[in-house]
Each structure stands twice: as C-alpha cells, then as structure tokens.
Ligand binder design. Structure first.
Ligand SMILES: C[S@@+](CC[C@H](N)C(=O)[O-])C[C@H]1O[C@@H](n2cnc3c(N)ncnc32)[C@H](O)[C@@H]1O
Length: 280
C-alpha cells in the first residue's frame, strides 16, 4: 500500500467519507480495510443493501460514500439509489472499445504527447482523476505514472488498477500504469530531485463548466460536485516544465485560458477540448 499525503474529503459533519461494505456475508474485508486506512476513509461494515439508501444512512455517513459492490469500489450518492456507483473499471467495454477501435496513435491525445511509429514517450499524468487518459496512453504503449491528490479518487484508482491487473484484457496495459498518490506539485519536485527521466508531463486539471451541461453524465456530475474546480492548476506548469524532457501537454476546455496565461508552442484542437503543447 502506498503512503497517502493528499487531500482528504469530508462529509457535511466534517468526518472523512466512509467506505461501506454491504453484503450478506462480511468476508474478505482485509483489502477493503487496508484501502480505507491508506486513504483515510472510515471503514464501515453493513449487512444489507437496504440499509444504504436511507435517511438514516445519509445522517450517519453524509450524502456521498464509497461502497464495495460486485464490480469493485464505487462512489455513490446515498440520496439517489438509481445512480450507478462510479467505479474505475479498466476492463469496461467503453475503454476497451476505444483502445481496440478508436483512433490509436492518430487520436488527438496520442499526437499531443508525441507518439510516433515506434516512439512511446514515458508520461507522468499529474492529474490522473479516474485514469481514462492514462489508460489510453498506456494502451498505446506508454509507461505512465499517475499522480492524484484526492483520497477518494486514489482509492477508486487503486481498486481499478488492482482489478485491471487480474483481467486478461487489461492486465498488460495496467502493468504500464503506476499510481503515486499525493499532491503533484510536491511529487513532480521529488521526481526532479531524483533525476527521473520523464519525456512528457500531462495535465488535465478540473475547470468550471460554462453552464449547467446536460452532456455531463450524472455519475461524473457527482465526481465534479465532490472535487470542485482545481483553482491552483497554474502551480503545476512550472514543475511540469522542469521535469519533462520533451514536452508538457495541458488538456483544457476550448473556452479555458492558458495555464499561467502562457501561450503554448502548438495546439491540437478538438470539438470541446484542446491540447496545449509546450515543447522543451
Ligand atoms: C479533470 S480530472 C482528470 C481526469 C483524467 N484526465 C481522466 O482521464 O480521468 C482532474 C484530477 O486532477 C486531480 N488534481 C488536480 N490538481 C492536482 C494536484 N496538484 N496534484 C494531484 N492531483 C491533482 C484532481 O483531484 C482530479 O482528480
């Protein structure tokens, strides 16, 4: 288990969020207890699903919690039983579909990080989130280090990587992904001091949505509500530029300003997002 020294999210009562196990049998909880303890979550064993989506549970745990479901660990809104738990699932069809049938090295993200016929840059994804971009890069052959500062996100990623490493379809890809929890400003500095060779630093901090967007799916909205916007994103650019040997890539909504108002060397534009590329 890694050391966690990042941001611990709390519920309305000021308590750390809970990791709730529900099942008829409370067995095999050693890993869940370890996960909760590493990421400073309160571990709770509950016997029945019916006890989760109740006012009593909301009063006890707050509106949001992590639960252990068959698919793995997922974030839930205890006020909304219809909302599926938000899990990191690298074996999920959508991601595998994009890997198998997507644009491959012609995808915008692949071009942005500089993937070429045989060239596979090593990448530090300093704002890993739910790991989708990291997974795409790893599926294209890049070694990816994932930095993430928020405890619940690290717990979801940790669980997703564990399960992904046991799945035949995703295990080779997941073997190229390494989670390093903590604040990326500090982690990038440590990597610089350790003289680690890193080709690309990739940044995708949270940026406020322009207006209420129907396009954002409900489970993602829950994620965004909990995490808010990364107002300190500018702090990432300077250490990223010091560490990256080849380039820094910043993913931004098209309407967002440049990080530190610094114009990139080039841009790759998509419908909603763009990649600002700073060559070294
Ligand atoms: C928009 S999400 C990234 C989504 C990701 N690219 C994906 O494909 O799933 C931004 C994430 O960066 C994390 N983050 C923001 N600033 C950070 C920092 N200074 N250190 C580590 N993580 C950070 C946030 O906690 C959040 O999980």
């Amino acid at each position: 288990m890694p050391d966690f020294s990042g941001r611990v999210l709390h519920n309305a009562a000021g308590k750390p969020l809970s990791l709730i196990k529900f099942n008829d049998v409370l067995s095999d909880i050693k890993n869940l207890k370890a996960l909760a303890s590493t990421y400073q979550l309160e571990f709770v064993g509950l016997q029945q699903l019916a006890a989760i989506y109740t006012d009593k549970a909301v009063n006890q745990f707050g509106q949001y919690a992590l639960v252990s479901v068959d698919e793995g660990v997922g974030l839930v809104d205890l006020r909304d039983p219809k909302l599926l738990p938000l899990c990191v699932d690298f074996a999920a069809d959508a991601l595998l579909y994009r890997k198998d049938k997507g644009g491959g090295k012609n995808e915008a993200i692949a071009k942005a990080v500089g993937i070429k016929s045989t060239l596979r840059p090593s990448v530090v994804d300093a704002t890993a989130g739910l790991g989708t971009d990291s997974f795409i890069l790893a599926s294209l052959g890049c070694q990816v280090t994932l930095l993430e500062r928020t405890n619940i996100v690290c717990a979801l990623l940790h669980d997703g990587l564990d399960r992904g490493s046991e799945d035949v379809q995703s295990r080779d890809i997941v073997a190229r992904m390494k989670l390093l929890p903590g604040n990326a400003v500090e982690r990038l500095q440590e990597l610089i001091e350790q003289k680690q060779e890193v080709d690309v630093v990739y940044l995708d901090p949270m940026f406020p949505h322009k207006k209420k967007s129907a396009a954002v799916k409900k489970p993602m909205k829950m994620f965004q509500t909990l995490l808010g916007h990364d107002a300190d994103a500018d702090d990432l650019l300077t250490p990223a530029l010091s560490l990256a040997a080849k380039r820094v890539v910043v993913k931004r909504p098209n309407y967002a300003p440049f990080l530190q108002d610094k114009a990139p060397t080039m841009q790759i534009k998509g419908k909603k997002h763009r990649f600002d590329v700073y060559l070294r």
